[in-house]
Design a binder for this molecule. Structure first.
Ligand SMILES: Nc1ncnc2c1ncn2[C@@H]1O[C@H](COP(=O)(O)OP(=O)(O)OP(=O)(O)O)[C@@H](O)[C@H]1O
Ligand SMILES: O=P(O)(O)OC[C@H]1O[C@H](OP(=O)(O)OP(=O)(O)O)[C@H](O)[C@@H]1O
Ligand SMILES: O=C(O)c1cccnc1
Length: 480
């Protein structure tokens, strides 16, 4: 049975908690949750935030339809019919703040904040994390690839190896945000207005009596954009010479061959050899595309070897984030409503990294006014105004609080934007090209030391003294 409605795209324990809140009369109590991750993926120095568009569309369409209600009634006999009736009226009426897609983000800072009835806020956890974790992971991987090939054409080729259809299209979108130029997935192209590109498969060559015939017929059909795959039989002895013949034939028709594609063998050696053969034939304008299990490390190595590759088709290792297939983002309760307002709450853990930071918080990017470079991200309680008024800030490392400095000449850029206010969408989703441009600009805000692929400097994410004191106070309270 197909199920397009995403309202049940949640873990059963969320519905169980919603039921228990309804049962105990606490469902309308307000709660504040924050979503963040604790560790950067791939040893990278930053992550690229993505997933907001999907989250907004998901929230807009939240509604338990008849089929979902019926299913819940069958699944759990404890669920009272009056609870199911409540679900029938369910709409998101809360507020949500989020970092903008394409922004560079760092561990332990709130990326999304939800303030809603606990009944509503609890339902959202699973889907928000699902969308944010996957898309942020893939955008980050794509950004690493863009870094090693800043001036080349990058094509996303991953659909056949992606973890199913949603991952393919939303993953393709995430790669475009982080600087890829095109995707091979036509549905992603249509859904998100991403440029599409494609060459041809080995099957096209295998399905003809000869490679020459295959190249000629493909070029006749698509004369303005043809890229020929040259490694079906023998790249140097047969594929490249036949591509050169075809390019000359196209020239005689007043057309131009776009590129050849290498998909196996030593890509550095073959690209250099093919480049020399093409140049020798006067075909300097014909480009070289490479594919075959590429990632940022192989591309970096190929460039170091002097490979003459202009364009890269990257599939499996990108769309599955093969070297780290999950981002561990979490959604934690930070405040609960009491008679006299919100009270901060904490989760203690034996692992200091897992102790949550209590209280409702904002994040500011502290930018040095002289250099225009980001110095640190600063997490403050929403009711603090020092940072908004530009007062001197004490920046200190929450893990090593004795390391501190005071900054004065700064611009504080608020990172969390209001997206929903009391159930109403108040944020206009930017176009994908605007998001891509935002990502490009974000990269210029950081010193290269934080951006490098290998062993980057750790960018500081600091807590305000008030947020820190409140955390210590709650630790003392719970630990005696
Ligand atoms: N010069 C090179 N330096 C480093 N890695 C390379 C170089 N050339 C190719 N590679 C990478 O090495 C891997 C080689 O893959 P593999 O062992 O499957 O060989 P292949 O030539 O693709 O063989 P097949 O014909 O089975 O596809 C790929 O990930 C490819 O991108
Ligand atoms: O290598 P990726 O980064 O995943 O890029 C996509 C791959 O998909 C195609 O291969 P195909 O499915 O035809 O099989 P192959 O791996 O045997 O070439 C294409 O020729 C690329 O090699
Ligand atoms: O267009 C291509 O060459 C392509 C697309 C998807 C996967 N592999 C190759």
């Amino acid at each position: 049975m197909s199920c397009d409605n995403l309202t049940l795209h949640t873990d059963k324990y969320q519905i169980n908690m919603m039921y228990a809140h309804w049962f105990n009369g606490s469902m309308d109590r307000k709660a504040v949750f924050e979503a963040y991750f604790r560790k950067l993926p791939f040893g990278n120095g930053y992550a690229v935030f993505a997933g907001l568009q999907r989250i907004v569309e998901y929230i807009q369409h939240l509604q338990f339809d008849e089929a979902s209600i019926q299913y819940l009634a069958e699944q759990e006999e404890n669920y009272d019919p009056a609870f199911l009736e409540k679900l029938r009226q369910f709409r998101f009426t809360g507020s949500l703040w989020s970092v903008e897609e394409g922004s560079l983000v760092f561990p332990n800072e709130p990326l999304i904040r939800v303030e809603a009835s606990v009944f509503e806020a609890q339902l959202l956890e699973t889907a928000i994390l699902n969308f944010m974790n996957y898309q942020t992971l893939i955008a980050t991987k794509a950004s690493r690839i863009r870094q090693v090939a800043p001036d080349d054409v990058l094509m996303e080729f991953g659909t056949r190896r992606a973890q199913e259809a949603d991952a393919a299209v939303w993953g393709a979108r995430a790669t475009y945000i982080a600087g890829f130029d095109a995707t091979s997935n036509m549905r992603a192209g249509m859904m998100f207005d991403i440029p599409t590109k494609g060459t041809h498969a080995h099957a096209w060559v295998q399905d003809h009596d000869s490679e020459e015939e295959a190249f000629r017929k493909f070029s006749a059909a698509l004369p303005d954009q043809v890229t020929l795959l040259v490694d079906t039989y023998d790249t140097i002895k047969s594929g490249v010479p036949h591509a050169i013949e075809t390019a000359k034939w196209l020239q005689s028709q007043g057309k131009r061959m776009n590129a050849i594609r290498l998909d196996s063998g030593d890509l550095a050696y073959l690209s250099k050899k093919a480049r020399a053969m093409l140049d020798e034939a006067g075909l300097q304008e014909v480009k070289i595309v490479a594919s075959n299990d590429l990632d940022e490390n192989i591309i970096f190595n190929l460039k170091a070897q002097g490979a003459r590759i202009d364009s890269w088709g990257v599939g499996t290792k990108l769309i599955t984030a093969a070297d780290q297939p999950a981002l561990g983002g979490v959604y934690k309760l930070v405040a609960r409503e009491r008679e006299d307002g919100f009270a901060p709450v904490i989760k203690i853990s034996g692992n200091p990294e897992k102790v949550t930071t209590p209280g409702i918080k904002d994040v500011y990017r502290i930018v040095n006014r002289e250099t225009n470079k980001a110095m640190a991200d600063y997490i403050a309680l929403t009711n603090e105004d020092d940072v908004q008024q530009g007062k001197p800030l004490k920046l200190f490392d929450p893990v090593h609080p004795y390391i501190s400095k005071t900054v004065e000449q700064y611009e504080a850029q608020p990172m969390l934007r209001p997206i929903f206010a009391d159930g109403k969408q108040v944020y206009e989703l930017p176009t994908l090209d605007t998001i891509r441009e935002h990502h490009r600009k974000q990269l210029t805000l950081f010193w290269p030391e934080y951006l490098r692929k290998l062993n980057p400097e750790v960018y500081p994410v600091d807590l305000s003294p008030k947020a820190w004191d409140q955390k210590m106070e709650l630790i003392r309270k719970h630990k005696g």
